[in-house]
Design a protein around this ligand. Sequence first.
Ligand code: GLY
Length: 325
Amino acid sequence: MRRKTFIQQGSLLASGMLISPVLLNKKKNATSKKIMASFTPYVLSTWNVPRANEIAGAALDRGINALEAAVSGVAFEESNLLNTTVGNGGAPDRDGEVTLDACVMNHKGDCGAVLAVQNITHVAALAKDVMEKTPHVILAGEGAKKFALSQGYTPEDLLSPQSKKAWKKWLEKGNYQPEINVENHDTIGMLCSDQNGHLSGVCTTSGLAYKMKGRVGDSPIIGSGLFIDNNIGGAVATGLGEEVIKTVGSFLIVELMRQGKSPQEACEEAIGRIIEKQSGKPDFHVAYIATNKKGEIGSYSIHQGFSYSFYKKNINQNIISKSIY
Ligand code: GLY
């Protein structure tokens, strides 16, 4: 972690954070003097992912569009063998197979997703390829892998020695209980706003550790794990996908923002929709992050321990989220 630029701040600072999005650049050329409007780009990601955030932020600062920047940012964690919840090295299913889910959505409302893909590390890029190079929105399993190979992706064994060892240990009991992840990472959702003020997002995950074979969570489901409406804002989810799917969480947050709620208020209401169906404190975790077209950001989680990463103007911060418990 680059501590010089990566500042951990309390939730009080985070709440109501207002980003001034518009920067007026005066550009001169030989024949005319133009005033060009451009927006200050920013990146908002689930969990403490400084390098991924920095890669995406630097790309945006160079003028790369929001979707390309987000895909390049999460690719770092997809390759990171130490991250056991995303990409290569992700925790396997009960049969010991790593299956990955991802989706992307851009400012035009175009989207792509891949579900339960084996042997391909960069599933966010693959989801983008589904969006851009096929007539479909979703490809699953073998079909997604076949498409990846046709596009030149290199097949890899995604079960790292570390994840294999943890799975073998889990097999000794084989008790399945979703864990409340309050570690540094889980599913990575990333929202980017580029120099044109366009919003795009990405969500990528290996899903729940030791899930049943074929189980797919919220992360590749447009509207659940991720939703973008470039007129309103965007949201992404992390945590127990089943609960996010039941409430179509990310779409809900964007619609609440459309009705006038701030990103913070919308995230809190979306968590509330999950909690109201539970009897007491749930033993699972869900968290959301969101941003709107004014550049305001918000986040909320069920339990303590969730944080999000925020990059703007070369400053990368990890901010502790508010939580209901
Ligand atoms: N949010 C990731 C999953 O439930 O698969």
